[in-house]
Design a protein around this ligand. Structure first.
Ligand code: HAM
Length: 431
């Protein structure tokens, strides 16, 4: 028997309603904030991610799903920011759009060791704004993340905030860490000893207790920030206070992807356990230029949908709110008529199904009950002879024989659906 690959999931029909609900909410909130949806390929050139996330980032070093086609190496996208940046440059969106505000929902792939909240195929709900350095946009981005979480019925999350500063500031920060730690390397874990050489900022957010103790002694606050970056960060904090959004300053938050500059943030939730980040983001003012575009500032974030679902309190969308009509036919002739009636009713926008399992009347009624059908239409020998349909109201148990016109009239009344075009009817009916 085949089994799914560890770290991947089947989202079964019972769970899909929660996914649809979270996606529907996301579409609505992003639209309120005036973001448009973008869809980009799941496959990209692997070097796009090497350039964007950094050759020494964990994702590029260990987690890319790669495949070769001749001389080309492709990767299953591990995240969305690099793809949006590529699409922005490739489609000349700077000239066509000016400021670009986009969001995306879709699967991402990282070759991780699977555990709770850490998958190999997971999903992002993310957004990117390209073309403005305005620090009030940073506040919009965080308030948008906050609004999404509230709409997903998620509480008790913490927003951690830091500023890495511009490229020069990041360089200075790296120097401060290098000078502060060069005589204390023996106190660091093996990973941090390696990071010291290739990815020094990541030492700041190492989870190892000894490393954290040693790093605390460096007293990194905002001493690496230039005046411009300090002012931007102060403005952001002030705007967040204005918007009544709680946050914690965490000078050790650096993020694992190299493209970040300026403000970075991470949103955590205690109930998630060791993989506690619900989402994260920040500015990446140099990425567009590094990928071959003009110098263009940008900012964004992404949530992991599986983690949102682990802590969301929302009541699953009620699938049963659609009112099902179930047709039961008792012989071959009736089956033909049933097929025709089902087609007619569906065209009118009714939600209709029938028995395809050859059940007896009793078995089919039981099935209609299990499916929570609102009405059952029975067509048997008697009905065929009289040219009528038996309509049973499953709630009251009442039953009557009706001709086709009467049947449709009754269903319209019973289901509260006025005669509409099939398209509108389907929409209002299934909502
Ligand atoms: P990231 O922190 O790598 O950032 O991923 C964002 C979120 O995706 C994480 O906080 C987590 O909730 C979820 N996530 C990441 N890896 C996994 C996994 N293996 N299994 C389940 N969930 C996972 C980014 O990807 C950036 N592109 C965010 C961004 C957008 N920054 C600017 N714009």
């Amino acid at each position: 028997m085949f089994k799914r690959i560890p770290g991947t999931k089947d989202i079964l029909p019972e769970e899909v309603s929660r996914w649809q609900q979270i996606e529907r909410i996301a579409h609505r909130i992003f639209t309120i904030y005036n973001y448009q949806e973008i869809r980009f390929p799941i496959l990209e050139e692997a070097s796009l991610f090497n350039r964007s996330l950094g050759n020494y980032s964990e994702v590029v070093q260990k987690q890319m799903f790669l495949t070769r086609s001749g001389k080309d190496i492709y990767a299953l996208r591990p995240e969305g920011t690099a793809s949006v940046a590529r699409a922005y440059i490739e489609n000349n969106l700077d000239k066509i759009k000016g400021l670009l505000k986009v969001y995306y929902i879709g699967p991402m792939f990282r070759l991780e060791r699977p555990q709770k909240g850490r998958l190999r195929q997971f999903h992002h709900i993310g957004c990117e704004v390209i073309g403005s350095q305005d620090s009030s946009l940073d506040a919009e981005i965080i308030s948008l993340a906050d609004a999404l979480l509230n709409s997903f019925s998620i509480n008790d999350y913490q927003i951690h905030l830091n500023s890495l500063g511009c490229k020069k500031d990041k360089h200075l920060l790296a120097q401060i860490i290098q000078n502060g730690l060069k005589d204390k390397l023996d106190r660091l874990c093996a990973d941090c000893k390696r990071r010291f050489k290739v990815n020094i900022l990541r030492i700041l957010d190492c989870k190892n207790k000894d490393c954290q103790e040693t790093i605390k002694q460096l007293e990194i606050q905002d001493k690496h920030l230039c005046l411009g970056c300090k002012t931007d960060f102060e403005e952001l904090k002030e705007n967040l206070r204005l918007l009544k959004i709680d946050y914690q300053i965490n000078p050790y938050l650096v993020r694992g992807l190299d493209y970040y500059t300026g403000m970075v943030f991470e949103i955590t939730h205690k109930r998630l356990g060791s993989q506690d980040a619900l989402g994260a983001g920040g500015r990446y003012d140099n990425l567009i230029e590094e990928l071959g575009g003009h110098s263009t500032p940008a900012v964004g974030f992404a949530f992991g949908v599986e983690r949102l679902l682990l802590v969301s309190n929302f009541i699953p969308y009620n699938l049963e709110s659609k009112k099902l009509i179930y047709i039961i036919t008792l012989d071959k002739e009736a089956k033909k008529l049933g097929l025709e009636l089902m087609n007619n009713l569906r065209k009118k926008g009714f939600c209709v199904d029938t028995d395809y399992e050859g059940k007896t009347l009793k078995g089919a009624m039981r099935k209609a009950n299990d499916l929570k059908a609102s009405f059952v239409i029975i067509i048997g020998e008697d009905e065929l002879k009289k040219g009528v349909f038996t309509l049973r109201d499953m709630l009251s148990g009442g039953q009557k024989q009706l001709n086709k016109e009467q049947l449709i009239q009754e269903l319209n009344l019973g289901i509260g659906l006025k005669q509409q075009s099939a398209k509108n009817a389907t929409y209002s009916y299934l909502r």
